[in-house]
Design a protein around this ligand. Structure first.
Ligand SMILES: [Zn+2]
Length: 547
């Protein structure tokens, strides 16, 4: 039976809120502990050698599927490392033994990080931590308690092992620290005002004894506790990409920060051994680990790519699907029942500072092929392509026989889905003599119910990417009658005005034109249209260093 002591530390400084520290003194919690290998999740170790820098990028050793890699931990002697995915899958490389995983098991919350169990040579174990504070211990890593069944103000974002490896600290995005086992509570940022969320932490074990830790925020600010000394930060300097992780230099007492683009910031006596900043990454860096010599470190991306720098050996990597972990909102314009329900469709809605109708029936070709049917068919094909690349897809309608939803609701579906990007699929009813496609991008519109200014710039990038790929995948010319080079910016569409995620609307062709009508009525052309939109979305999402 586990014994738990709840210690409430009353901070003495004025204005500092209560910090609750939960210390688990012994005993496993059965539902949080799993041991034993799962062959299906095993990463094959060893046997792979490659150049030390940036090797493995684009050469996945193991397909992971639709779960992103979220962190890594190095072995005590620096001869290998583990990678962990958001579903708790573990991949072991070099001298890092596979000791079990949570892959394939139900989790209450996604895994967000991992830590090796100790600095001593020969110790083999690791902990995984979920965003709800749940801990999963493997190998010699002892379960010392968790926050998995306790309320948190903010999610857990990282774990760091104690100096002796018989405990660990968890840190939440608000800087709250939770200490377990022999890890000492040495202070926290919980209850204090932060300019940016905490994203990572690192423990420090000085040779003279004692212990300490650093917290790092996404703006690069460092908060030092215990024997961990403040040695500088990027706080206050504008960063092109947020800081995402950090690692202590066990040799010098310095530390290094890594940004999402692979840029490295070294402080104290931690040597700079190179970075990936300015390089070409498919997905953002999410974690790092350091070698015991202090002369090298690894970076890992959300796509499972491993970048070995300095004396850190490259021992292999995994590859996840290009859109794994990302949600895309797909909006097939209009609906099959709209034409038969004018009362519903003509109902006025607030499109962001002006009144427009709920929706319309859409266009039709001369021989009766409907736009709603075209939009829905292309959307189904697009959704399949996006899912095949690992994305989660949310659609504004799943049949072609209903009425609506209204355009404001369609925007809300995208906004509420956690989507990284949204796209509306349409075909135009233009002048009979005009051909081609147009990508419509949002202009900045601020209204009492909306403010889309933050999406204008990324939507313009998305629009350019979709414009480029749509043309090359379909052979369709850009519109001869609308916009410029296949692009136009508008402020009179509720679906764009009301969006809070980067969004574009594509008019794939002109249904009123006989040449375009003949093309879009073929399934082959519609598949190319779906491919064109999917390719543009992937270009946008991967170039943007999305986690
Ligand atoms: Zn339309």
């Amino acid at each position: 039976m586990a014994r738990r002591i709840l210690v409430v530390v009353v901070a003495l400084l004025a204005g500092v809120a209560l910090v609750a520290v939960l210390i688990g003194t012994s005993g496993p919690a059965p539902r949080s502990r799993v041991q034993g290998p799962e062959p299906g999740s095993r990463g094959t170790a060893g046997g792979t050698t490659a150049p030390a820098v940036a090797a493995g990028h684009g050469t996945p050793a193991h397909p992971v599927g639709d779960h992103v890699v979220v962190g890594m931990a190095a072995t005590a002697d620096g001869g290998g490392y583990w990678l962990v995915a958001s579903d708790g899958g573990i991949f072991a490389f070099g001298d890092a033994p596979y000791l079990g995983s949570m892959g394939g098991k139900p989790l209450n919350a996604p895994i967000v990080g991992m830590a090796g169990s100790g600095p001593s040579a020969g110790v083999s174990g690791y902990w995984l931590v979920a965003s709800d504070g749940g801990i999963f211990a493997f190998g010699t890593a002892g379960f010392q308690g968790s926050m998995g069944d306790r309320p948190l103000n903010e999610p857990i974002v990282a774990i760091a092992p104690s100096p002796e490896g018989r405990g660990y600290w968890l840190v939440a995005s608000d800087g709250g620290i939770f200490a377990f086992g022999d890890a000492s509570f040495l202070g926290s940022m919980g209850g204090k005002s932060l300019n940016a969320p905490i994203v990572a932490m690192a423990g420090f074990r000085p040779s003279a004894g004692g212990s300490g830790y650093w917290l790092v925020a996404s703006d690069g600010r460092i908060f030092a506790f215990g024997t961990a000394r403040f040695q500088g930060s990027t706080g206050g300097r504008p960063l092109a990409h947020p800081v995402v992780s950090m690692a202590a230099d066990p040799a010098s007492g310095g530390y290094r920060l890594v940004a999402a683009d692979g840029g490295i910031f070294a402080f104290g006596d931690a040597p700079f051994e190179g970075s990936m900043g300015g390089g070409v990454l498919n997905r953002a860096v999410v974690g790092m680990g350091a070698t015991p010599s202090g002369r090298g470190y690894w970076l890992v991306g959300a796509d499972g790519a491993v970048y070995a720098l300095g004396d850190a050996p490259y021992e292999g990597s995994v590859g996840v699907l290009p859109l794994a972990g990302l949600t895309v909102a797909v909006d097939p314009g209009h609906d099959g029942g709209n034409g038969g329900d004018p009362a519903a469709i003509n109902r006025p809605i607030d499109g962001g500072g002006f009144t427009e109708s709920c929706d319309t029936a859409g266009a039709t070709t001369a021989d009766g092929y409907t736009e709603h049917g075209f939009n829905f068919d292309v959307a189904i094909r697009l959704e399949a392509l996006l899912r095949a690349e690992g994305a989660t897809v949310v659609s504004t309608r799943t049949t072609d026989t209903g009425v609506g939803p209204c355009v404001d609701v369609r925007a809300a579906i995208g906004n509420g889905s956690g989507a990284a990007v949204a796209v509306s699929v349409h075909a135009d009813g233009g002048p009979v003599g005009g051909r081609g496609y147009t990508v419509i991008m949002p202009a900045p519109v601020v209204s009492p119910i909306s403010d889309n200014r933050s999406i204008v710039a990324p939507s313009a990038l998305l629009g350019t990417d979709v414009r480029d790929s749509f043309g090359s995948d379909t052979g369709e010319p850009t519109s001869s009658y609308d916009g410029q080079d296949g692009l136009i910016t508008r402020d009179d569409l509720g679906g764009l005005n009301l969006s809070t995620v980067p969004k574009v609307l594509i008019e794939c062709a002109n249904m009123a034109n006989s040449t375009d009508a003949g093309l879009i009525e073929t399934p082959q052309w519609r598949q190319g249209a779906a491919r064109g939109i999917a390719d543009g979305i992937r270009s946008f999402l991967t170039a943007g260093l999305k986690v």
